[in-house]
Ligand binder design. Structure first.
Ligand SMILES: [Fe+2]
Length: 215
């Protein structure tokens, strides 16, 4: 994989080269690379950077696959869809996208967290489902970074596709897909948002932390 380095080691497949591709190469369930305008992405970036110290001070890091004090590790505790200024921009766009992507569905429980990766930070190869969760849907929304220095890598069959990051781009994928972000080699901050979307069930106790999104 050239000079790329990964948090936690190489991951599930042998990486032969960077395999830069497009969204169509990954087989996303849905994507919209203009989901947010540049101004909207900038507003979300400012909100995340404003709230980041508060979120970090308020909750522990619960994730071993990123830096020890990473914002990512607060994902079980803090749902960004519950921040009104955040929801005002992202919520209606999610509803519109889901109406197209999931015409047979009308509601999800959505967990939404933010990731800020700085120099020498990234996220290890991982997938969102495990033996306890069953299958669900996941999404990435890219907020801040330069496509020349920032990509998300997805496992596709026995290969890996690198999607150069694009501000405002939104990708929906199956919870079984492994993905990672290589350790960052520039000093600017890479910002992204991730979502887990599960069939809504009012009796499911873990849904206390999910946002009930109807669409
Ligand atoms: Fe992930």
């Amino acid at each position: 994989m050239g000079s790329l380095e990964w948090y936690g080691g190489q991951g599930p497949v042998l990486l032969s080269d960077q395999n830069i591709g497009t969204a169509d190469d990954v087989g996303f369930i849905y994507y919209d690379e203009n989901f947010l305008s540049q101004d909207e992405a900038g507003a979300i970036r400012d909100l995340i950077l404003e709230w980041e110290p508060v979120v970090k001070d308020s909750f522990p890091n619960a994730y071993a696959g990123a830096a020890p004090d990473a914002l990512t590790g607060r994902h079980p505790f803090f749902n960004w869809l519950n921040v009104p200024e955040f929801y005002a921009i992202v919520g209606p766009k999610l509803q519109s996208a889901f109406r197209i992507a999931f015409p047979q569905k009308s509601e999800f429980g959505v967990q939404c967290w933010a990731n800020t990766f700085r120099e020498n930070e990234g996220i290890a190869w991982h997938k969102h489902e495990d033996e306890t969760t069953g299958k669900f849907f996941c999404a990435h929304l890219f907020i801040e970074g330069d496509a020349n220095d920032s990509a998300t890598h997805y496992q596709v069959g026995n290969d890996v596709v690198a999607i150069p990051n694009k501000r405002g781009a939104f990708y929906v994928f199956d919870s079984a897909i492994y993905h990672a972000v290589a350790l960052r080699k520039v000093t600017s901050t890479r910002i992204s948002i991730a979502f887990d979307m599960l069939e809504y069930d009012a009796n499911e106790k873990r849904f206390w932390r999910f946002h009930h999104l109807k669409f």
